[in-house]
Ligand binder design. Structure first.
Ligand code: NAD
Length: 460
C-alpha cells in the first residue's frame, strides 16, 4: 500500500496515485451517500479506537489522556458529525445576484471537488492534523493520500491502521515515512496539497506544487504573542496563558509564544504566572500526569539552547533520558535573544516588558505576521486597536487557543504563518473549486452589444 521502487531505486507512488485518479474519474466520490459513509465510518473508528489513540500519544509525546481525548478524539468525532450532517447543504449551488445589464440570467456558485489531494501532517496533534482536513476533503468529494509525521511512530501506525480499516481503498491510501517518502509523493501530480508543519518544509511543498500549478494550503506556525495590558484581570490572564503555553509541553502551533507585558504590572504578572505554573504542575512537574514530553532528542537539544536568555522565573530543568523540559518562564528577555528569533514550539515562555500599547503594536508590526495574536485587556478600545492595527491568522481577546473549538471560524495563517484555512465548512470550501455558473435563456438577446458598434453608439 505504500509505493514501489521506481527508477534508480527511488520510491515511486505513481501507480497508487493513478489508482486514486481512476476512482475519482469514475464519479464514485460524487455520491453524497458514499461521502457520508466514509466520514461516518472514520468518526466512528476514531471513537472506537480512543484507548489506543490515548496510548499511542502517551508513548510518542507523553500526552496527558484528557488532552488526547479532547484534542484528537473529541475534535475529530465532532468534525465528522458536522460534515456528515451538512455536506449536502455545503455542496448546494449558492445563488448570487446578477447585474441588470446581463439579465435575463441566473447566477450561482457550484462547489465541485478538486480531485486527488495530498494531506501532509505534523507530529504534535498527529491524527487531528491528517484526519481533520481529510474530513473536509471527503465531504467535498475528493480522493486523498495521507502522510502522517514520522516523528510520532505509534500515532502514525495507528492512523494507518484506522484508515485502512474503514476507508475505501480505491480512494485513499496512507504513506508512512519521512522526508524521502514525502519528496517522492511531491513528485506526483495532485489537485490539492494540504500541508501542516514548519515553514522550511512548507517552502519545499510550495515549490513542488508550482510544477503542476497545484493549489496549496499551508498550515504553518510562528511566534504568536500574548499582550497583557495593565487593565487586564491578572489572575484570569495568567491561568489562561499558562494553560495554553504549556499544554502538550508547548508543542502547539497556536500557543502563546511569548508575553509582552505593560511595565506597570510587569512584576505582579510575572509572579502570578509563577504561582499558576506551580498550582497547575506542582513543585515537580516531571511527576505530573498532566505534563507532556518533548517529541525527540533533537527538539529537546534545540529548546535547551534557547534557555540562556533573561532570568529563569520558574523551571529550566532538563532530563534528557525522559525527554523532559520543565515548564519554564523567563523574564527580562531581550528582543534580540535567540529565544525571540524562532518559533519556540516547546515549554518556554519568555516575558518582555513594554512601556505602552503603542510599543506592543509597533513590536508586533516589525515582525512576521503570527498565526495567532492574544490580547488581554478590559478595554474594547484597546482590543479594537490591535484588531485594526496588527495582522494575524486569528486574534483572540482575553483567552488563548480555545477559538479552535469554534468550527464557524476559519483556521489558518497569514503571510509566513500560512495560507488557506479550514475547520467545519471552511474545510469543505478549501477542498472545493467554487465554480462560477451563469445561465441565460435564448430570449431577450439585446443586439446593442454586437458590432458594428457605430450602430450601438447611435442608439445610446
Ligand atoms: P514535521 O517535522 O513532522 O514535518 C511536517 C511534515 O513534513 C511531516 O509529514 C514530515 O514527514 C514532512 N517533512 C519533514 N522534513 C521534510 C523534508 N525535508 N522534505 C519533505 N517533507 C518533509 O513537523 P514540524 O515541521 O516539526 O512541525 C512543527 C511546525 O508545524 C511548527 O512550526 C508548528 O507551528 C507547525 N504546525 C502548524 C499547525 C497549524 O495548523 N497551523 C499545526 C501543527 C503544527
Amino acid at each position: 500500500m505504500d509505493g514501489s521502487q521506481g527508477i534508480a531505486g527511488s520510491i515511486s507512488y505513481g501507480e497508487d496515485v493513478k489508482r486514486l485518479r481512476e476512482a475519482f474519474a469514475s464519479g464514485r466520490t460524487l455520491d453524497f451517500a458514499w461521502r457520508r459513509r466514509q466520514i461516518e465510518a472514520l468518526g466512528a473508528a476514531v471513537a472506537r479506537y480512543e484507548d489506543e489513540i490515548v496510548a499511542a500519544l502517551k508513548a510518542d509525546l507523553g500526552k496527558p489522556a484528557l488532552e488526547a481525548a479532547v484534542a484528537e478524539v473529541d475534535y475529530l468525532t465532532k468534525e465528522a458529525k458536522l460534515a456528515a450532517k451538512n455536506l449536502e447543504t455545503w455542496a448546494k449551488p449558492r445563488k448570487v445576484g446578477t447585474p441588470m445589464a446581463t439579465l435575463p440570467a441566473k447566477s450561482y456558485i457550484a462547489p465541485e471537488p478538486l480531485g486527488v489531494a495530498l494531506i501532509i501532517g505534523a507530529w504534535n496533534y498527529p491524527l487531528q492534523e491528517v484526519f481533520g482536513p481529510l474530513i473536509g476533503a471527503i465531504a467535498a468529494g475528493n480522493c486523498a493520500v495521507l502522510k502522517p509525521s514520522e516523528a510520532v511512530p505509534h500515532a502514525s501506525a495507528l492512523l494507518r491502521k484506522i484508515a485502512e480499516e474503514v476507508l475505501d481503498p480505491d480512494c485513499f491510501f496512507v504513506v508512512e515515512g519521512g522526508a524521502e517518502e514525502t519528496l517522492a509523493l511531491l513528485r506526483e501530480r495532485f489537485d490539492k496539497i494540504f500541508y501542516t508543519g514548519g515553514g522550511r518544509v512548507g517552502r519545499i511543498v510550495m515549490e513542488a506544487a508550482s510544477k503542476h500549478l497545484t493549489p496549496v494550503t499551508l498550515e504553518l506556525g510562528g511566534k504568536s504573542p500574548a499582550i497583557v495590558c495593565k487593565d487586564a484581570n491578572l489572575d484570569v490572564a495568567a491561568r489562561r496563558i499558562v494553560w495554553a503555553a504549556f499544554m502538550n509541553a508547548g508543542q502547539l502551533c497556536v500557543r502563546p509564544d511569548h508575553c509582552l507585558i505593560e511595565e506597570e504590572i510587569y512584576d505582579d504578572f510575572i509572579s502570578t504566572l509563577r504561582e499558576v505554573a506551580k498550582q497547575f504542575y506542582g513543585e515537580n512537574p516531571q511527576a505530573s500526569e498532566d505534563y507532556a514530553r518533548i517529541v525527540n532528542e533533537r527538539h529537546l537539544e534545540r529548546l535547551e539552547k534557547l534557555l540562556g536568555a533573561g532570568e529563569i522565573v520558574v523551571g529550566g530543568e532538563v532530563d534528557k533520558a525522559d525527554r523532559y523540559l520543565a515548564p519554564t518562564i523567563l523574564k527580562d528577555v531581550k528582543p534580540d535573544d535567540p529565544v525571540m528569533q524562532e518559533e519556540i514550539f516547546g515549554p518556554i515562555l519568555p516575558c518582555l516588558k513594554v512601556s505602552s500599547v503603542d510599543e506592543a503594536i509597533a513590536f508586533i508590526k516589525e515582525r512576521d505576521k503570527p498565526l495567532a495574536l492574544y490580547v488581554f485587556t478590559a478595554s474594547d478600545e484597546i482590543a479594537g486597536r490591535f484588531e485594526r492595527e496588527t495582522s494575524a491568522g486569528t486574534m483572540m481577546v482575553n483567552d488563548a487557543v480555545i477559538f479552535q473549538t469554534n468550527h464557524h471560524l476559519p483556521f489558518g495563517g497569514v503571510g509566513p504563518s500560512g495560507m488557506g484555512a479550514f475547520h467545519g465548512r471552511h474545510s469543505f470550501d478549501d477542498f472545493s473549486h467554487l465554480k462560477a455558473v451563469m445561465k441565460r435563456p435564448f430570449w431577450g438577446d439585446a443586439k446593442l452589444r454586437y458590432p458594428p458598434y457605430s450602430e450601438t453608439a447611435k442608439k445610446l
